[in-house]
Design a protein. Sequence first.
Length: 358
Amino acid sequence: MPAKYIRLANILRESIYQNTGNGIYKLPSENELCEQYRMSRQTVRTALRLLTEEGLIEKRRGSGSFSTGLGAMQNTIAVIVNHAEEYTTPTFLANVKSILNAKRYSIHVYSTYSKVAEERIILQNLQKNPIRGMIVEGSKTALPNPNLDVYEQLMAKGISVLFTGGIYAGLTDCVCIKDDNYYGGYLLTKHLVQLGHTRIAGVFKIDDQQGLERYSGFAAAMRDFNIPLPEELIVWYTATSLEALESKSDTGFLSSLLHWNKEPYSAVICQNDEVAYWLIRELRYADIRVPEDISVVSFDNSYMSDLNSIHITTLAHGKEPGAAAAAALLRMIQGESVFSEELPWNLVEKNSVAPYNP
């Protein structure tokens, strides 16, 4: 006959498995377990320690022991991204994996390539292969999405779904962990205005919420500083334009910013470091100097902000998105109340910006 602590651990383990998916599960206190199973405190503590070592429970100081969300099976988390190889995505995925693997969840990564049809295929396959949760980077989040029905079906099965970067209209009750893009656009614009720039161009992605929010922050700052919004200097691009840039080095959507004498401007806010990197290259080819002629700023503070000889003034994450998303998903799986969050930015000044001297 197995030792008493093993028998108790087996009983508690089965109880944890039965409650998996039904929200948070708090185990009885040590005193209650002692009385219920007529076992010593030492036996109870040894059984609980065994379950802790297995990753099934965790102790919360002053509150007792709680299940971690792991079950007997189906401990897989699906992470859906636009491009697994995109310049910021490997870091995002590494942080997600670090946190979830430490809690003994396995991670499967899927790429939609910013195509809603591919997204649907992935979601339908996940319906056939049970998972515990999902972290989703939406495809073209500024546009209506035809896959909401599959998301709703997955959530109806008790699968925890968390969005990152943006969330589809129609799923507004879902949790979304994203950057505070409105504030980011405002912060970069304020920085440029305080250096004397009033003719500020912008390059934003039109089919993602992220791009619209960054533009909104830019526009709000221009309004607050009583500077006319230069709509003729705003460049909008799409996921298709980005794909052409990354696969073919096609910078066509940036061409209008190379004729700067026609529509004079002294600074540009770029959607991200990748766009800023390519813009600086194109400006150099056109004999336009950064920052002497044009100041350039962007978002992400990634390695791409330092690839040129001109290092780009950019915004850095005050809180790493992958880590924040993984931690929030774990709380959702454990049945805790989780709310959407906008992550802060920090300005990192480099040498792509100079004061404007007309």
